[in-house]
Design a protein around this ligand. Structure first.
Ligand SMILES: Cc1cc2nc3c(=O)[nH]c(=O)nc-3n(C[C@H](O)[C@H](O)[C@H](O)COP(=O)(O)OP(=O)(O)OC[C@H]3O[C@@H](n4cnc5c(N)ncnc54)[C@H](O)[C@@H]3O)c2cc1C
Length: 379
């Protein structure tokens, strides 16, 4: 029996497992192939939903489902934490002490915010990249009556557009609350503009100018002075705040550090087209865990999983599995509470955002609701 072992039951791991299960029905029924997913959690959370929680536009129960409800019943789910990859033995050990062998190993272990890298941030700041932090920010925003708001970003982080979406939604929200005049908003970003690609930075700059959102460029977060309530940059600038929302830099998962495969921040060197771990034929990487120069996004995982599933199925049937991932990504960008734009891009195709509109916002609402179908590999 050929064994496919996926570590991580998030968006990438689930999408891939479901696509493999659909494509390998015959082999799974004959028991010539087994698909196993190791997941630390017994639930799946739709992380893009975190963006809406501070604004009370989504409730936690709307974005969480039990893991067995999102996985094809033919997939074996093991609720455990992978602790070590033993490449020589083609095996992975788990926290429970079990060892699982594999023919193909797929690492889908995600990316993880590191607030500890910015001293004072956990004490005095907020974020919305986890369920707990998004709910905490919601409570803080319920009390907000105006003041100085700083939205700051550390790189790299998943969903590069999410902080931009948050600041533009926040500006719209304070207007609708009738406290725009009492509120000063500053966006602090580590690059020369508010985003890392020119066309999106231009769109955001236009929006910021029209809506009186300040931008602080080349701002590399250093620490938070919790006494004076100021965010400090590495070059000594100080941004005073009444409300700080900061996205800290992310790192790859802990198991990557132990495996010795990753770079200093636990990102996995990945072939940009075939998605194998560089210099390894039986180990593949998908989703946020890669070091690829594209957005860490659920949409990336979606398009990667199409290619990787096809290639793995072909390999299991004796083929070469040579389809190439083009770097394709599609992202909606909320520009307010009821307007949005979108970008579609690939390695060789830079993004070109369309004019923000209500229609595109409804597209994003639909996209959010379609996640559960997307996850099942139906689309
Ligand atoms: C606020 C916010 C807004 C976003 N908006 C969008 C959006 O609009 N569009 C979009 O495309 N993307 C968006 N994203 C990004 C998207 O959610 C991620 O890119 C996507 O979830 C990545 O999938 P993944 O499977 O690689 O990682 P994850 O979904 O994070 O899953 C990784 C899984 O691996 C597990 N894991 C890690 N280590 C181990 C181990 N040792 N053993 C077992 N399990 C392990 C983790 O517990 C986790 O469940 C957003 C994210 C956030 C936070």
């Amino acid at each position: 029996m050929k064994k496919l072992l996926i570590i991580g039951g998030g968006t990438a791991g689930t999408m891939l497992a479901n696509k493999l299960a659909k494509g390998l029905t015959k082999e799974l029924d004959e028991r010539s192939v087994e698909i196993t997913v190791v997941s630390e959690k017994d639930y799946h959370v739709y992380q893009p939903g975190f963006l809406y929680i501070p604004f009370q536009l989504k409730r936690p129960e709307e974005i969480v489902r039990p893991i067995q409800d999102v996985m094809d019943p033919k997939i074996k789910i093991i609720l455990d934490t992978a602790t070590e990859i033993k490449e020589q033995q083609k095996a992975v050990t788990l926290k429970s002490g079990k060892t699982l062998s594999y023919d193909y190993l797929i690492l889908a272990t995600g990316s993880h915010p590191q607030p500890v890298q910015i001293p004072g941030l956990e004490e005095a700041g907020h974020m919305f990249f986890t369920m707990d932090s998004a709910l905490k920010l919601q409570e803080e925003m319920k009390k907000f009556k105006g003041g100085r708001v700083v939205v700051a970003v550390g790189l790299p982080h998943k969903c590069p557009v999410a902080p931009l979406e948050f600041v533009m939604m926040f500006e719209d929200w304070v207007r609708k609350q009738g406290i725009r005049k009492e509120t000063e908003i500053t966006y602090a970003y580590p690059l020369a503009g508010p985003y890392g690609t020119a066309s999106v930075a231009e769109l955001a700059t236009r929006e910021f100018e029209e809506r009186n959102i300040n931008i602080e460029t080349f701002f590399f977060m250093d620490s938070v002075d919790t006494k004076t309530k100021e965010l400090l940059s590495m070059d000594g600038r100080r941004l005073p705040f009444d409300l700080l929302v900061a996205i800290p830099p992310h790192k790859g998962a802990q198991i990557i550090e132990k495996s010795g495969f990753g770079d200093g921040d636990n990102w996995l060197p990945t072939d940009r087209h075939q998605l194998n771990l560089e210099n390894h034929e039986s180990i593949f990487v998908i989703g946020d865990a890669t070091n690829l120069p594209i957005s860490k996004a659920g949409s990336t995982a979606h398009f990667e999983s199409e290619i990787l599933a096809e290639n793995l199925i072909d390999k299991l049937r004796g083929g070469e599995g040579n389809k190439k991932y083009s770097g394709k990504v599609f992202c909606f960008i909320e520009t307010g509470l009821d307007k949005a734009t979108y970008i579609s891009f690939a390695y060789e195709n830079p993004p070109k955002p369309v004019t923000p509109s209500k229609m595109v916002h409804y597209g994003k609402v639909g996209y959010n609701n379609m996640h559960w179908v997307n996850l099942k590999g139906i689309m």
